[in-house]
Design a protein around this ligand. Structure first.
Ligand code: 5GP
Length: 212
């Protein structure tokens, strides 16, 4: 049972870990999630569309958005800028929905600094060999880009212990159910149940007034 308001859920993980597929399944299998669409200066891959996977912008447009205070966080990843537009996230949280941010470790730590009840999930394949196979199987990137992403994964692995849960993406169906359970459990922690706790305390105070 969910007994707290909507929370921010950061999903990070190695490029090639299957974060995108996991997020799509969370959105289609459950109705309490909203997805933040990031802004990036990287070029769209094959079938990616502006406003669906990302808002694709120029470096100048990205820098202007930073100056205007329009991003909750931003980071440079493999030579491109990525950032989370502020307005949508704030609107969805106000509606009480859980908002998923699929962002890298630098962004995750910036978000947690700003919102201490953010849930941080890190997605990984069961092994490094499997990660390499998945990146090679994508066939959308050059050998150089793949090598760059593996080296980045090596650096990112050093941050895994900062996360609340590690999500092993081996069998996708199992991974989707497990991730949803982690989120449900996170809602029950005291830091995310403050409204419930405060209400209980107020009511209990009222009940104790007549005592003695
Ligand atoms: P890709 O180019 O493979 O779509 O994404 C590269 C990396 O950038 C991934 O680790 C992804 O999670 C991260 N990323 C995507 N959007 C954002 C964002 O808005 N902020 C940050 N900090 N990282 C992002």
């Amino acid at each position: 049972m969910k007994h707290s308001k909507g929370i921010l859920i950061v999903i990070s993980g190695f490029s090639g870990a299957g974060k995108g597929t996991l997020v799509k399944r969370l959105l289609s299998d459950y109705d309490n999630y909203a997805l933040s669409i990031s802004m990036t200066t990287r070029a769209p891959r094959n079938s990616e569309k502006d406003g669906v996977e990302y808002f694709f912008v120029t470096k100048e447009e990205f820098e202007k958005t930073i100056e205007e205070g329009g991003l909750l966080e931003h980071a440079c990843y493999c030579g491109n800028y990525y950032g989370t537009p502020k307005k949508y996230v704030e609107e969805q949280l106000a509606l009480g929905r859980d908002v998923i941010l699929e962002i890298d470790v630098q962004g995750a730590l910036q978000i947690r600094e700003k919102f201490d009840d953010t849930l941080l999930l890190f997605v990984t394949p069961p092994s490094a060999a499997e990660l390499k196979t998945r990146l090679e199987g994508r066939q959308t990137e050059s050998a150089e880009v793949i090598a760059n992403r593996l080296s980045r994964a090596n650096e990112e692995s050093g941050w895994m212990k900062e996360y609340d849960f590690i999500v092993v993406n081996d069998d996708l169906d199992e991974c989707v159910v497990n991730t949803n359970s982690m989120i449900e459990a996170a809602h029950c922690t005291p830091i995310r149940s403050s409204a419930l706790i405060n209400n209980l305390q107020e009511e209990l105070k009222g009940f104790s007034k007549g005592d003695n």
